[in-house]
Design a protein around this ligand. Structure first.
Ligand code: GLC
Length: 535
């Protein structure tokens, strides 16, 4: 697709978690040169952009989401020269590079915080959120950390508490202090000047908190499996003032040619879409419905329709199927449905984001408690199994050799490999025309070639069957496509003659079936999705 669409509209984003992609140095942890080695795979997959989870210097309490230097590279991942090479190599292949920006909090080892904690009158003191203890000596209010326990840690040296909604090693910056946002905007300029193509902004909707630090009310509908839900987060999330911050970040991005601003935002759709602003906030407020909702056709259909109906004029949709914080789709929805999910993600209207490993159907890997690394698990050991994110961050499965080709033989990877890597890996799926990887490649290639799929209109078609979701994609003077997705495990014969009379199956999720069909009696196997060209 060409103009008037931008690359982040018609393109596909591929998320790489650098620790787990390719270890080139033999320390069991992936690195930037490793990513360069694997760009062939990325290019062959056919995506347009890579988003790199953080590689900045960090004590790694939250695996890089605790940044100690926003403009450096952690030696674990390489050096700045390695980043420059990666950026160059990606650009040479026509791939855009999106960085993770983590403005809400720093590491407690960041020089700003080191200064801030030094004394109550340090010039950096109010760059963070410090408060006196409550009269009983406890935390200043009842706010909770996502990683368990209170959102406050007491600092002996100055006898005050500092705020952290994540790990105690991730103090929150204070965006009510006039110097903080400019400092963060400078960080953005540093990378934009280097030529990066945009940012995925971590927890952008949390960047501002209630100035009076009021207690949050109890949530009567809280989910004991998610302790953080015990409170209604009306004073720590989605405060009206946060939009002004996002607008300023967007303004910086707009100062450069053709860059993108993506926001990580977990909110109901009506509030999520506010982050488009008047086309002056995030280009793409990440839409996590496919990640969060139960994998059932009526639920998905309702979510898609509601999202389409709620999007403001000119707002560009996007869809995410997985990320480093969420269970793998093949484990959530099942192996067969992982294929249907791929077809859904790549045929919906809007920018798709693919998490590394989904293209081969990687599954959650059960991590023995003594090998758990994620602070969300380590800090809440009694719930480690439910809350730990390590299972979705395991090393990429490249081939059947030792360590799955992720790290040299004999090295112990930072997280255990999936047991199924000898049979589920890129090399094997590359030679199998019916593999999930082949399906991903085919869907991506078709989406790239067909204006209706890349950017066309979207319309749901009634199927008369609860389990089957169908929709048409169309664009002026281009072929129309009909996706028919069986999100259930029973076969059906459908009458979809309202969409067209005849059609040709471009491919089915089984990667075998193709050819002409009659739409009045379209047979669909259990867990099958078909993509049809309408004639
Ligand atoms: C975001 C990241 C997550 C991290 C948290 C704190 O949600 O995706 O991995 O733990 O922010 O930075």
């Amino acid at each position: 697709m060409r103009e008037p669409y931008r690359w982040w509209q018609t393109g596909i984003i591929y998320q790489i978690y650098p620790r787990s992609y390719q270890d080139s140095s033999g320390d069991g942890v992936g690195d930037l040169p490793g990513i360069v080695q694997r760009l062939d795979h990325v290019q062959r997959l056919g995506v347009d952009a890579i988003w790199l989870s953080p590689f900045y210097p960090s004590p790694m309490h939250d695996f890089g989401y605790d940044v100690a230097d926003y403009t450096g590279v952690d030696p674990l991942f390489g050096a700045m020269a390695d980043f420059d090479r990666l950026l160059d190599a990606a650009h040479q292949r026509g791939l855009k590079v999106i960085l993770d920006l983590i403005p809400n909090h720093t590491s407690d080892e960041h020089p700003w915080f080191v200064e801030s904690r030094r004394s109550r009158d340090n010039p950096k003191r109010d760059w963070y959120i410090w408060r006196d203890p409550a009269p009983d000596g406890g935390p200043p209010n009842n706010w909770l950390s996502f990683f368990g326990g209170p959102a406050w840690t007491f600092d002996e040296q100055t006898s005050q508490y500092y705020l952290h909604q994540f790990d105690t090693h991730q103090p929150e910056l204070n965006y009510r202090h006039h110097e903080v946002l400019p400092a963060m905007l400078d960080v953005m300029r540093f990378w934009l000047d280097k030529g990066v193509d945009g940012f995925r902004v971590d927890v952008i909707w949390l960047m501002l908190k209630d100035e009076a630090l009021r207690d949050e009310p109890e949530n009567p509908d809280w989910d004991p499996a998610w302790p953080h839900s015990r409170l209604k987060h009306i004073y720590t999330q989605d405060l009206p003032g946060v939009h002004a911050l996002v607008r300023q970040m967007r303004a910086v991005v707009e100062g450069y040619h053709d860059r993108v601003l993506i926001g990580e935002i977990y909110l109901p759709v009506e509030r999520l879409v506010q982050y488009y602003g008047q086309n002056d906030e995030a280009h793409l407020p990440y839409n996590f419905q496919l990640v969060l909702l139960p994998w059932r056709a009526p639920t998905i259909r309702a979510a898609v329709e509601q999202y389409e109906a709620t999007l403001p004029a000119r707002a560009w949709p996007n869809w995410v199927l997985g990320n480093h914080d969420q269970p793998r789709i093949a484990s959530r929805a099942g192996r067969e449905q992982a294929r249907v999910a791929a077809m859904l993600l790549l045929t919906l209207r809007g920018t798709p984001t693919i998490y590394y490993g989904e293209e081969i159907g990687m599954e959650n890997v059960s991590i023995p408690p003594d090998l758990a690394r994620d602070p969300q698990a380590v800090n809440q050991p009694e719930m480690a199994e439910e809350l730990g994110r390590d299972p979705y961050r395991t090393p990429m499965q490249w081939d059947a050799s030792d360590n799955a080709g992720f790290a040299p033989a004999g090295v112990t990877p930072w997280l255990p490999l999936a047991g199924d890597f000898p049979v589920r890996n890129v090399a094997k799926q590359t030679t199998d025309p019916t593999s999930l990887l082949s399906l991903y490649r085919a869907l991506i290639a078709l989406r790239r070639d067909e204006p209706a799929l890349a950017a066309g209109a979207f319309q749901v078609i009634e199927t008369g069957v609860d389990d089957v979701l169908a929709y048409v994609r169309s664009a002026p003077e281009a072929d129309r496509f009909l996706a028919v997705l069986n999100i259930g495990n029973r076969a059906h014969t459908l009458d979809l003659s309202t969409a067209a009379v005849s059609a040709e199956i471009v491919f089915s999720t089984d990667m075998v079936r193709n050819g002409a069909v009659t739409l009045s009696t379209l047979a669909l196997a259990a867990n099958e999705g078909v993509l049809l060209r309408l004639t």
